[in-house]
Design a protein around this ligand. Structure first.
Ligand code: SF4
Ligand code: SF4
Ligand code: SF4
Length: 967
């Protein structure tokens, strides 16, 4: 019997894979990791597969290793699976050829993700799976969480029968992480569909010394080719087998599937062809368009490999005149993207050349694909000369590929309730929303959908939860752009992001704030927010969840209070029921922590109703131009024109021309972010301070620094200092950057002064004066204190007087890694190159839009690059090889200069560089001297060939410090 459950796509895939697998060899990679995690958890809990055995899960050293282990396990006759994505899948390709070549049945479940090209992107598109289309794996696409459940089953059944291995894929994040209420098929039902003879046949082919064979031989030109062709009949048979299995699953579930499923007008002339989650957005759009008199359709590709021309052409309506084939991948330099080329070839082979075909790219790296974009594709098809090789969803002002999608097209069916929640990473908002969606999904007949957007900070960044509830199936596989309810969990967001712009007329807005009256709100809300609230007749609620949480001992954990307030306002289920369900969830989550913690959460749930304030919105808000100022940012032109819009969540609107084609970005941009997310920041007490600089040393974010200032310098009034130990005539101060501080408290904890010289105080109490003080201290001329007793640069204290060339990164508050990165840049940053593996350090160190690596006043600082996850040692080694070789050539030129120069000063300078070239400080001094002497060497100088060569390569003169950082 199937059961309704509210789960995500990864769990749905893993549920089926678990049933059919005896072994899983894995290596975790986003966004596929949860498939392995839940399988591991189920195995640990004793869950058994279809054969009454627990899954044996082995985590390997890499995806290449995982694929090798899968190959081995299959060779020895165990039903085996794996789960992966992106470059991880690409590492499996060599073994995929082997597995397919040996006709070993398996299913790889892939949450399809973009590939790292000009930049890493962990989000969804089909670049990874499309890179596998030549391996011999059959490829089956699921478009929604329900389809993941159903088609995963089709894939497992089909591979056993066909002997062709399957790659079952669905869109990373959009489907893998979307929470939806679906029918879960239980294992007993699945078992009824399995032909046990298929399994027996597979096992008979296992390597076994009792009936030995040899597999994987080396063949020569005489036989390899014809042997390779023997697999054809298996591929020819596969489409029919897949359809047979789809029919079986349809019979069981009542949900019908075909290799290609057509939906839309029976007499459609304009049809979109695509696969993946975009299909739901297209289907929703065509339902609306056809109700308005258009005749449009959609062909969903489910079995992409083997591509069945017969099934494809049969599925198209006879009336079709134009096709737009949409690929969620980019194949630079090709005639077109893969699905487009397949469709062109299919129609050509069938002689259906009267159908006009255009191809387009959409949704790369989870770029939004919504009804307005779908509408633009149909408009393009309807035009006399449809644009070919187009893009949709971006503004390409360089090669003008993009379609205009500025016409808003809302296709969401009436009756769906859309809710958006703005939270701060790690503040519990996302967790609470997952909880809410389960409550509504599990306790009502409503369809539910939850999608969670995160920015690229490790924590402390923005999260936006998109929740939909409806009485009909929800196909809106895109972000909410017209909300019935919006919640803002973080008071500081109100002046940073436009949260009321997409609220519907008559919607509800819940703000977490200490301003609970109209009078207080006058100063807190920007004019634009007031205008929106009044003009759109928004029901406006406020609650001081921070204060309530503090009173309950919940230490800033406001999520439960806000969740309860949401249920009270949104009224999707009776509030009393919601309270009961929330309490049950709280008991489940916290009972292990004791009754007191459970009670605290019960109190938080109960507190919301009594503390929720509905604001009587004044008429004056309709037109007011007064209110809190939106945060103004300063910075370089690049920061203001490119980074700032991205930070303001308006990156989607930036045109292609704003970006460099190779993905290179300027460094030193986190300094302009001024996130202001700390609740408490350290305040320095000069009297108690013993000037040890330990606070600065441990700060993960380089937000607290020692300042050295002339005792008689003019300083801001609040810039308190004390005489610097051992450095007469200079004063010392510990300065905090309040708007960059993450409030982790690590500095105050470490402070070894007898009475702590740092006290954590509310940000608001110090932000103004400390911002002035920080700006002043940053402009101070750096004083070289390396000869002051106890201040040698190689000591904890002395190192902190050097400028950190890594600052304000997106690492978690209190991160233990980043202080090391920071101190390395204080030692070597001005001549440093970093080869960074993929992982935490590449995310906090290299996530767009800002860069924490920065420069000194000469403009020198770390140069940073990331290649892949697994090749970083080699990548760094390559950088080292290049500099060794380039500097060796330079040494040859300088040796020649030393020999041929007639001026003794030039000879001496060249020799000095040759002697010091492998010494950091020595090479700096020698390089400066040499460059100064030869830079003005004119063209008629007999040695100008040599000097020009040296000047051309002068950026190689100083010894480089090359670092390989783990991920
Ligand atoms: S509270 Fe944390 S982030 Fe802020 S200055 Fe101290 S150590 Fe740095
Ligand atoms: S750790 Fe404490 S004593 Fe040491 S410099 Fe910082 S504030 Fe002063
Ligand atoms: S290493 Fe740092 S950034 Fe990464 S998870 Fe740990 S605390 Fe967060």
């Amino acid at each position: 019997m199937s059961t309704k459950m509210t789960i995500d796509g990864n769990t749905a895939a893993s549920h089926v894979a678990y049933a059919f697998s005896e072994v899983a060899a894995i290596y975790p990679i986003t966004p596929s990791s949860p498939m392995a995690e839940v399988a591991d958890e189920w195995s640990a809990q004793g869950r058994v597969n279809m054969f009454d055995q627990k899954l044996r899960l082995a985590e390997m050293e890499s995806e290449g290793g995982a694929a090798g282990a899968v190959h081995g396990s299959l060779t020895a006759g165990a039903l085996t699976t794996t789960y992966t994505a992106s470059q991880g899948l690409l590492l499996m390709i060599p073994n995929m050829y082997k597995i397919a070549g040996e006709l070993l049945p398996t299913v790889f479940h892939v949450s399809a993700r973009a590939l790292a090209a000009h930049a890493l992107n962990i989000f969804g598109d089909h670049s990874d799976v499309m890179a596998c289309r030549q391996t011999g794996f059959a490829m089956l696409a699921s478009n929604s969480v329900q389809e993941v459940m159903d088609l995963a089953l089709v894939a497992h059944l089909s591979t056993l029968k066909a002997k062709v291995p399957f790659l079952h894929f669905f869109d990373g994040f959009r489907t893998s992480h979307e929470v939806s209420k679906i029918d879960v098929i239980d294992y007993d039902e699945m078992k009824t569909l399995v032909d046990m003879n298929d399994i027996e046949e597979f096992r008979k082919r296992a390597l076994n010394p009792e009936h030995p064979v040899q597999r994987g031989t080396a063949q020569n030109a005489d036989i390899y080719f014809q042997n390779r062709e023997t697999a054809n009949k298996y591929y020819n048979a596969t489409p029919a087998i897949v359809q047979e299995m789809m029919d079986k699953v349809s019979k069981l579930t009542g949900r019908s599937y075909h290799l290609f499923d057509y939906v839309g007008a029976k007499d459609a002339e304009n049809v979109i062809v695509l696969m993946g989650s975009g299909a739901d957005a297209v289907e929703e759009t065509i339902n609306k368009m056809n109700s308005e008199g258009h005749r449009v359709g959609l062909l969903k590709v489910r079995l992409y490999r083997p591509f069945s021309i017969e099934h494809f052409t049969e599925a198209l309506p006879k009336t079709v005149k134009k096709l737009a084939v949409l690929d969620r991948t980019k194949e630079p330099g090709s005639l077109g993207e893969p699905l487009y080329l397949d469709v062109c070839a299919a129609l050509l082979e069938k002689g259906m050349t009267d159908i006009k075909v255009v191809g387009g790219r959409y949704g790369l790296g989870s770029k939004e694909f919504n009804p307005s974009m779908v509408y633009a594709v149909y408009k393009n098809l309807e035009s006399k000369e449809p644009k070919n090789h187009f893009t949709v969803g971006i503004y390409d002002d360089l090669t003008n590929t993009s379609l205009d999608f500025s016409e808003q097209y809302n296709a969401a069916p009436a009756g769906t309730i859309s809710c958006k929640f703005w939270g701060l990473g790690s503040d519990g908002t996302v967790g609470a929303n997952k909880n809410s969606i389960k409550i509504i999904g599990d306790h009502t007949d409503k369809y539910v959908q939850g999608y969670f957007f995160y920015d690229s900070k490790k924590s402390g960044g923005i999260t936006v939860s998109h929740l939909r509830f409806g009485d009909t199936k929800i196909q809106s596989a895109y972000l909410i752009d017209a909300a019935d309810f919006v919640q803002c969990s973080n008071p500081s967001y109100i002046t940073r992001y436009d949260m009321t712009g997409d609220l519907k007329e008559g919607g509800s807005f819940l703000l977490n704030t200490s301003a609970l009256t109209v009078e207080q709100l006058e100063h807190v809300l920007p004019a634009k927010v007031k205008n929106d609230i009044a003009n759109k007749h928004i029901h406006f609620y406020v609650i001081d969840a921070i204060d309530i949480a503090a009173g309950l001992g919940l230490k800033g954990r406001t999520n439960t209070i806000l969740q309860s307030a949401f249920f009270k306002i949104a009224n999707i289920i009776p509030y009393t029921d919601a309270v009961e369900f929330m309490k049950k969830m709280a008991y489940k989550s916290f009972s292990k922590k004791g009754d007191a913690v459970v009670q605290m959460n019960y109190d938080a749930i109960d507190s919301a109703s009594a503390n929720l304030v509905k604001i009587d919105v004044p008429e004056s808000w309709k037109t007011t131009t007064e209110g809190a100022e939106m945060v103004k940012v300063s910075g370089t032109e690049y920061f203001l024109n490119t980074v700032a819009p991205i930070i303001a969540q308006k990156g989607d609107k930036l045109p292609s021309s704003k970006f460099s084609p190779d993905g290179t970005v300027p460094t030193g941009t986190t300094q302009y972010e001024k996130r202001g997310v700390a609740v408490l920041v350290p305040k320095w007490n000069a009297e108690k301070c013993i000037q040890c600089n330990q606070c600065s040393f441990v700060c993960p974010h380089a937000c607290i620094r020692p300042a050295v200032v002339k005792s008689d310098a003019e300083k801001p009034a609040s810039f308190e200092t004390k005489a610097m130990i051992g450095n007469k005539g200079y004063d010392f101060r510990i300065q905090v950057s309040p708007l960059d501080c993450m409030g982790c408290g690590v500095c105050a904890n470490i402070c070894p002064a007898k009475e702590k010289a740092l006290e954590m105080v509310p940000l608001g109490s110090v932000v103004e004066e400390e911002t002035v003080n920080y700006d002043y201290s940053e402009k101070l001329e750096k004083v070289d204190v390396s000869n002051v007793p106890g201040c040698k640069a190689t000591t904890v204290k002395g190192s902190q007087f050097r400028q950190p060339l890594f600052e304000f990164s997106g690492a978690c508050a209190g991160c233990g890694e980043t202080p090391y990165v920071k101190v390395i840049t204080q030692m070597f940053g001005d001549r440093m190159i970093v080869a960074n593996a993929t992982g935490c350090s590449s995310i906090y160190g290299g996530s767009a839009p800002t860069c924490p690596y920065t420069v000194n006043k000469e403009g020198h600082g770390p140069a940073w690059a990331n290649s892949l996850f697994e090749d970083n040692a080699e990548f760094g080694y390559g950088i080292n090889l290049a500099y060794a070789q380039r500097r060796s050539k330079l040494a040859d030129v300088i040796t020649k200069l030393a020999e041929e120069a007639t001026e003794q000063t030039v000879k001496d300078a060249a020799n000095a560089w040759l002697e010091n070239r492998n010494d950091a400080e020595g090479s700096k001094a020698a390089s400066a001297k040499l460059v100064a002497l030869i830079e003005n060497c004119k063209g008629n100088c007999p040695l100008s060939d040599l000097t020009n060569e040296i000047i051309k390569n002068k950026d190689c003169l100083v010894k480089k410090s090359i670092w390989i950082f783990g991920g």
